[in-house]
Structure formats: structure tokens, C-alpha cells
Design a protein around this ligand. Structure first.
Ligand SMILES: CC(C)(COP(=O)(O)OP(=O)(O)OC[C@H]1O[C@@H](n2cnc3c(N)ncnc32)[C@H](O)[C@@H]1OP(=O)(O)O)[C@@H](O)C(=O)NCCC(=O)NCCS
Length: 189
């Protein structure tokens, strides 16, 4: 188990990716109960489901030393959402893999915060952890999330797209697009 003190905090120009505290659980649950934020997920989350998700996110840090951080906008929003890295939790043609993920509260959209925070996480992934590749995936309809991927210079090939194995075949959210960014592509930027 990796102690919290050795888990990094990442700082960008306007964003801070910091450790979770129990005070984050209420705003995290409010975000997960927001139908607009959760539009491209199977359902909004109850408080209990949100707390369970937060426990899994915090456990990932203890296991791997990295994870999905809380996004803070210092001086503006103490909880603006969460952005970070995680081991993909299912088997697919591109796994094992580390994914980058983001979910922001509605007032934090449209300000480039997700992209800025994701750049901090990618810098950590490639320059500190030296991961060979980071992936990201979403449903085709989630154009805002794909726009973040494209701003990060992640790229999609049709043959990489996949049916999410945690959803039943034929589910409306089954089809996923996969974006990749390789270490050498980040270094060459
Ligand atoms: C996906 C999500 C994080 C994207 O957020 P976002 O605000 O669109 O993305 P960014 O933070 O990168 O901001 C980009 C926006 O900031 C605007 N912007 C403001 N200042 C900017 C600047 N200095 N530079 C560039 N863009 C800027 C851009 O124009 C763009 O807005 P637009 O798309 O309305 O034109 C957000 O929609 C979200 O949390 N969705 C719900 C959860 C989700 O679906 N997660 C992904 C699951 S795979």
C-alpha cells in the first residue's frame, strides 16, 4: 500500500490536481447526480453509489501511487470535478492499459480546465511514470470528451473502436471510440 504522503499533487497554471478528502464526497455526489454531467453514462449515481466510486478511486491511489485526482481551481472552486489516470478495469484488445479520464461540475465546463488538467496528468504519465501509452475512450455521442482528447493530440482509428465489455451487447451505450497517445508522440510535441 502506497502512503498518501508519497502520492503527487500536480499543479498547472490555473488548476490543481490534489488528494481526495472526505469533504469532497458531497460535491462529488452532487456532480454524479447531475443528469447533464452523466448524460453519456448508463445512469446518475445515488449518494451511496457515488461514495463507493470515491472509495474505489482512493483505493487505486493506494495500490498504484497514481489515480484520478480531485480538480481544484484555486480561488474559484475547491471541487471542480476529477481528472486523472487509472488502470483500465476490463479486458479488451488494447489492455492492459492506463486511461486518462475526466468529469467536471457543470459550472467548470467551457473554460479549458479539463484540457489543462489533463495535460498535467499526461506530463506525469509520460515524464515521471514513463508509461508507453495512455488511452481514453467514450461513446461516439460524447463530442465534448472527444474534443478534449483531440486537443491533447490523442488520435482515433476506426479499427480500435470497441463494444464496452461491462455493458450488454446491444446496449445504447455499448459502442465506444478509443483514442491513444504514445510516449514518443508526447515527447515529440
Ligand atoms: C468532457 C468534459 C470534461 C469537457 O469539458 P469542456 O469544458 O468541454 O472541456 P475543456 O475544459 O477542455 O474546455 C474547452 C472549452 O473551453 C473553451 N475555452 C475557454 N477558454 C479557453 C482557452 N483559453 N483555450 C482553449 N479553449 C478555451 C473552449 O472554447 C471550449 O468550449 P466550447 O467547446 O464550448 O467551445 C465535460 O463536458 C464533462 O465533464 N462532461 C461530463 C463527464 C464526461 O462525459 N466525461 C467523459 C467521460 S469519457
Amino acid at each position: 500500500m502506497i502512503p498518501e504522503a508519497s502520492i503527487p499533487v500536480l499543479q498547472g497554471t490555473r488548476v490543481l490536481l490534489r488528494h481526495w478528502t472526505d469533504a469532497d464526497l458531497a460535491p462529488f455526489a452532487a456532480m454524479n447526480a447531475d443528469a447533464e454531467v452523466m448524460q453519456h453514462f448508463p445512469a446518475t449515481l445515488s449518494r451511496a453509489e457515488s461514495d463507493q466510486l470515491a472509495s474505489r478511486v482512493r483505493a487505486h491511489f493506494e495500490l498504484y501511487g497514481f489515480g484520478v485526482w480531485v480538480l481544484e481551481i484555486p480561488g474559484e472552486l475547491s471541487f471542480a470535478g476529477c481528472v486523472g489516470l487509472q488502470q483500465v478495469s476490463f479486458d479488451a484488445h488494447f489492455t492492459p492499459a492506463v486511461e486518462i479520464a475526466w468529469r467536471l461540475v457543470r459550472p467548470a465546463w467551457g473554460k479549458h480546465y479539463a484540457t489543462e488538467a489533463a495535460e498535467c496528468a499526461l506530463r506525469y504519465a509520460f515524464e515521471v511514470k514513463q508509461f508507453p501509452e495512455v488511452v481514453s475512450f467514450t461513446v461516439p455521442a460524447n463530442l465534448r470528451s472527444q474534443a478534449v482528447m483531440q486537443r491533447l493530440r490523442m488520435h482515433n482509428k476506426a479499427e480500435d473502436n470497441f463494444a464496452h465489455p461491462k455493458l450488454p451487447a446491444g446496449h445504447a451505450l455499448s459502442a465506444h471510440v478509443l483514442y491513444r497517445l504514445r510516449h514518443e508522440e508526447w515527447i515529440a510535441k
